[in-house]
Structures are given as structure tokens and as C-alpha cells.
Design a binder for this molecule. Structure first.
Ligand SMILES: [Zn+2]
Length: 419
């Protein structure tokens, strides 16, 4: 990383408190706080950080635009590293029925559950998908999210999966947010494939994966490895195929049971293993050794009223990097607030506020393989950051339902959102 010289600034933000989220040697709980500080950008990069007084003196001598943060906290742009936010329809009717006493079985028999989202998604136009996904993305962005992972998985046939991934890419072009796309090939077995599981897994792992990867539509793959979804062997077949094409992987692992999916994810060097309510000590050790990030998803845990949280002490002890995400999806986590996920990560899973914030910045970047680009405030990294009217960083985890974000800078360009 190069230290920039004075004349090379385009704009400087002064009178801020920085939480760089850089992990300090020997002090993993540090937010990387720098009080009364300033941050300068050049193009889409962070060019300099230092004191406000130095920044103002230099800015006056040069012709540099100055933004006064008014004592706000400035953090790296938040990263939601696990979402399914492109889909058709909603499951609100199902939600209401359940709360009125209708059983899961009756709902499933009436065509509810994931297949209902698949049907609604297949029936939706590209424009309708883009419009509803844009609204969800804007909710996240209003809180300071500047990078978003989006999975396919509600098409379960090549044409619709392609449409979902194209809509996700289009979101990244239209909105000031970076989008990483994931082909969730093994999400559920579609009704029409009920009699031929092996044939479906073969299609997903073969021609469909090759076609989507060949079109440049996917940054990673994902599989729901669970007793109600896909087996270890089926997941392994898909991960093998992805590895042959050089596509990195995420795995939905241990949400409802421990099938050894975390170990499988680790064996394939997956970027992340996600959920992990059910995880053994051996699984945690394997994740740590592979550098696979544990992505925790408290929204689904909350909506499903689960009672076994992920073994955070075990993950901590093993030295697994932990990320947090919304898991935004219509069935189990209709959540468009990463700040709410921060609070839930602390209250439901026992994360420290620092762990939770690292989980939506530094470790979320790692879960997407983007740690060299984003996730911390460092010179040379992308100038994606957010401003918050808070007294200290932990307040982002403490607030329940408030949005103290007062501004977002994306690629060095200031953006504002109405709260
Ligand atoms: Zn998910």
C-alpha cells in the first residue's frame, strides 16, 4: 500500500471518530478506534488517515473538498455476506396462518413452503424481481451496507436461476452497492424432480453450473446440506464440480442437524460455512484449520424459534472467524436490517459487540474472499464507509430498531439516504 501525498486527495472527511476494525496484534477486541480523526480519499481508494487538524491544514493549502462529520463515527461500509434477496412473492400468508394455528403439514399440503416461493419466482417477470429486490437492497443500504452477497436458488431450473443471477448483477450496476453473486444450485429438490434426485444433482453440478459460470454470472456456489435438503454425497458432487471450474464455495451447514457439513466445507476450502447451530468440536477445528469463516444467521434462528444457538464459545476457542448476516429470505428470515442482525447476534448468540461488528466488516469480507479490498479502513482499500450518530461503536449492536446511519460513502463518492 502506498502512502498518498497531499495533492492527491479528492475529498477529506474531518471531525470523525474512526473505528477502522483493523485487528490489532494481541488485542483482538479493539475496534481500531481513532478519535477526532480525518480520512481522505483519492478516486475510489482510502488515501490517508490522521488528525482533523492536519487534514484541515493540508486541505486549506490544496484545493480539496472537505466534509465535516460533526463528531459522527465512521466505520467501514457494512457487508451483508449471506442473503437470498431476489425472489418472487412473499410468505406473509403462511406466517399469518401459522400464528393462527394452522400446522406446517397443512401449509405444506396447501402448496406452502419453499416450493411456493419457487412457483412465485418462476412466474415473476425480470422487472418485478428487480423492483422488489431493489427495495430490499435499499433498506440494507440505508443502514450503511455497501457490499451485498445474493444467492440464487428459487428458480431450480436453469433459465430462472440465470434470471435471478442476472437481476443480482443488475442491482450492482444500478445501485451504489457491490454485489457478489452465488449460485445456490442445491437449495431444494423441485417438485418436477421428485422422482429423480440423482438426475437433478447431475444437472446442477454439470451443464447448469458450466453454463452459469461460463456466462460470468457467479462468484461462488452454495449448497443446503441438511437432512431435509441435500446429503453430504450430493453436496460433495457439486463442490467437486465447482472446484474443477475454480469457483469458490459456501455451504449451508448445521442449521438443523450436524451431518458433518462443516467438515466437508473445510475439506473443500470453502469461503464460509453458514448457520452452524449444530457443530461439533471436530467441525470447529476443521473450519479453523481451513480458514473457513463461520457465518452466523440469527434472523432464521429467531423466526424458527430455535433453541440451540451456534456454539460460539467453541468457535472462539478454535479461532474460527465469525461473520453475521441477515440471511434475507422470504421463508425463514424476512430481514432487511443488518443492524438488527447485530443485536440478535449479541442477544441470542452471545457475541460481544466487537465480534458482531467484526462479523459485518472484516470477517464478512473474508467470507466473500474480499478481505484485501474491503472490510477495514486502511490506506489503499476501497473507500466504502458509513457514518453513524452514536456515542461508541457498540451502540450499533445495542439499538433495537433504530437506524443511526447519517451518511454512506461508496467508492469515494458521498451518498445520502433518508432514514
Ligand atoms: Zn441462507
Amino acid at each position: 500500500m502506498q502512502q498518498s501525498s497531499i495533492g492527491e486527495w479528492d475529498r477529506v472527511w474531518v471531525n470523525a471518530h474512526l473505528a477502522t476494525m483493523v485487528a490489532a496484534e494481541g488485542n483482538l477486541n479493539a475496534y481500531g478506534e481513532v478519535k477526532d480523526a480525518a480520512l481522505a480519499v483519492r478516486g475510489d481508494r482510502i488515501a490517508w488517515m490522521g488528525s482533523s487538524a492536519d487534514a484541515l491544514a493540508r486541505a486549506r493549502a490544496q484545493d480539496v473538498a472537505v466534509s465535516d462529520c460533526g463528531g459522527a463515527w465512521l466505520l467501514p461500509g457494512l457487508i451483508d455476506c449471506h442473503t437470498h434477496l431476489v425472489y418472487g412473492g412473499s410468505r406473509v400468508e403462511e406466517f399469518e396462518k401459522r400464528l393462527c394455528g394452522v400446522s406446517y403439514e397443512e401449509i405444506a399440503r396447501a402448496g406452502g413452503g419453499i416450493q411456493s416461493t419457487v412457483n412465485a419466482t418462476r412466474a415473476a417477470t425480470r422487472e418485478a424481481l428487480l423492483e422488489s429486490a431493489t427495495r430490499r437492497a435499499q433498506c440494507l443500504m440505508a443502514e450503511g451496507v455497501t457490499t451485498l452477497e445474493i444467492k440464487s436458488g428459487y428458480g431450480l431450473e436453469l433459465g430462472v436461476e440465470r434470471r435471478l443471477l442476472e437481476v443480482a448483477r443488475e442491482l450492482g450496476r444500478r445501485l451504489p452497492v457491490s454485489v457478489r453473486t452465488t449460485y445456490l444450485g442445491l437449495h431444494a429438490l423441485p417438485q418436477e424432480a421428485a422422482a429423480d434426485r440423482a438426475g437433478f444433482v447431475g444437472q446442477v453440478s454439470g451443464p447448469w453450473l458450466e453454463a452459469l459460470a461460463g456466462s460470468g454470472l457467479i462468484d461462488a456456489v452454495d449448497a443446503f446440506c441438511e437432512n431435509i435438503a441435500f446429503s453430504l454425497a450430493e453436496t460433495e458432487q457439486f463442490l467437486h464440480a465447482a472446484r474443477r471450474l475454480g469457483v469458490p464455495a459456501h455451504v449451508h451447514a448445521g442449521q438443523l442437524s450436524d451431518m458433518g457439513a462443516a467438515e466437508l466445507a473445510a475439506r473443500f476450502g470453502a469461503l464460509s460455512a453458514d448457520h452452524l447451530e449444530y457443530l461439533s468440536a471436530a467441525g470447529a477445528t476443521a473450519l479453523a484449520a481451513a480458514g473457513t469463516v463461520a457465518v452466523l444467521l440469527p434472523g432464521a434462528y429467531y423466526m424458527l424459534r430455535q433453541t440451540t444457538p451456534p456454539p460460539v464459545p467453541l468457535l472462539r476457542q478454535a479461532g474460527v472467524a465469525m461473520a453475521l448476516a441477515t440471511d434475507c429470505n422470504p421463508g425463514t428470515s424476512p430481514c432487511t436490517s443488518l443492524l438488527l442482525a447485530l443485536n440478535m447476534g449479541c442477544t441470542l448468540f452471545g457475541l460481544t459487540p466487537h465480534e458482531a461488528l467484526a462479523g459485518v466488516t472484516r470477517h464478512a469480507a473474508q467470507a466473500l474472499g474480499l478481505q484485501a479490498e474491503i472490510g477495514t479502513l486502511e490506506i489503499g482499500k476501497r473507500a466504502d464507509f458509513a457514518l453513524y450518530r452514536i456515542d461508541r461503536p457498540a451502540e450499533l449492536c445495542y439499538n433495537l430498531g433504530a437506524n443511526p446511519c447519517t451518511g454512506v460513502v461508496y467508492g469515494g463518492v458521498p451518498r445520502r439516504f433518508k432514514n
